[in-house]
Design a protein around this ligand. Structure first.
Ligand code: NAD
Length: 297
């Protein structure tokens, strides 16, 4: 059992902290929002008066915050209050540059650190079935893995500092591009008089096969568990897909990688969000491609 501090108790962080309590860890946490603190307290999480107070006794600190600037500001605030040797784990989705800056801050204070963004969404956070993509030293990974395993099912060490975030944005760039490709194929099929079922039956067993088609099919019917069958309720919200595509574009520009389809996907998800569909599942981008905002089908 470890003494763990948890900062950021939102949709993801709250249930993740709750799973650490369930696993027998002593968890002291903080969030700026009173509602988030109350929801986590109901899961047995101890609540501190500030982030600094939360980390005072911690052997491991986990942060789950909106973006890179929040992570850097919280880490700068808490690091003077943690004992050297403490392991800091950031599970937020942030830009690779901020992730690497956070690792450097931790090292300056004699602490170990991991960037460990997740996939699996709120359902995965509640059910402790998240996938963690982890960047950091072998020593930090060896210490962090048993704790991450209480919040997730698959823990992948992707390499050194920042490589967890790199893996996350590369994966989600594939996902954004492939979802748009699948949606375009269904829209074309509709125009050509080809049924959804017929396209699905062929493409799902042919070279068009991919996760966006066979698990997250953007039209209702062929895959009964996909969000398209539940009025495009997320799932994975279009606003979060846009966030991740923007992060991949920042990284592409900084590193000089050519990602023209990633750039196009970011633009299209920007339009989808501007249409007011940021809160719907990202497969709902099929509405934009049909030119019918918010319509089902
Ligand atoms: P959220 O907005 O629900 O939670 C963020 C929490 O951080 C809020 O409760 C907020 O009050 C708190 N916070 C902000 N600044 C703070 C500070 N300085 N000190 C203490 N608390 C602070 O967001 P979420 O959905 O839980 O997502 C968290 C991260 O996980 C994001 O980076 C997101 O991109 C990533 N993520 C989310 C999902 C998802 O499905 N929601 C999936 C994968 C990854």
């Amino acid at each position: 059992m470890s003494t763990i501090a948890f900062i950021g108790l939102g949709n993801m962080g709250g249930p993740m902290a709750g799973n650490l309590v369930k696993a027998g860890h002593a968890v002291t946490a903080f969030d700026l929002a009173p509602a988030s603190r109350e929801a986590a307290a109901a899961l047995g999480v101890g609540i501190a008066a500030s982030a600094r107070e939360a980390v005072a006794q911690a052997e491991i600190v986990v942060t789950m915050l909106p973006a890179g600037r929040h992570v850097l500001s919280v880490w700068a605030d808490i690091l003077p209050a943690v004992t050297p040797g403490t392991l800091l784990i950031d599970s937020s989705t942030v830009d690779v540059e901020s992730a690497r800056k956070a690792h450097a801050l931790a090292a300056e204070h004699g602490c170990l650190s991991l960037d460990a963004p997740v996939s699996g969404g709120v359902g995965g956070a509640s059910g402790a079935t998240l996938t963690f993509m982890v960047g950091g030293s072998a020593e930090a990974f060896a210490r962090g893995e048993p704790v991450l395993a209480k919040m997730g099912r698959r823990i992948v060490h992707c390499g050194d500092a920042g490589n967890g975030q790199a893996a996350k944005i590369c994966n989600n760039m594939i996902l954004g591009i492939s979802m748009i490709g699948v949606c375009e194929a269904f829209v074309l099929a509709e125009k050509l008089g080809l049924s959804h079922e017929a396209l699905f039956d062929v493409a799902s067993t042919s070279s068009g096969q991919c996760w966006s088609l066979t698990t997250y099919c953007p039209v209702p019917g062929p895959v009964p568990t996909s969000p398209a069958n539940k009025d495009y309720k997320p799932g994975f919200a279009s606003a979060l897909m846009l966030k991740d595509l923007k992060l991949s574009q920042e990284a592409a520009q900084a590193s000089g990688a050519a990602t023209p389809l990633g750039a196009a996907a970011a633009q299209l998800y920007g339009l989808h969000n501007a249409w007011g569909e940021g809160g719907t599942d990202f497969s709902g981008i099929i509405h934009l491609l049909r030119g019918q905002a918010g319509k089902q089908g």
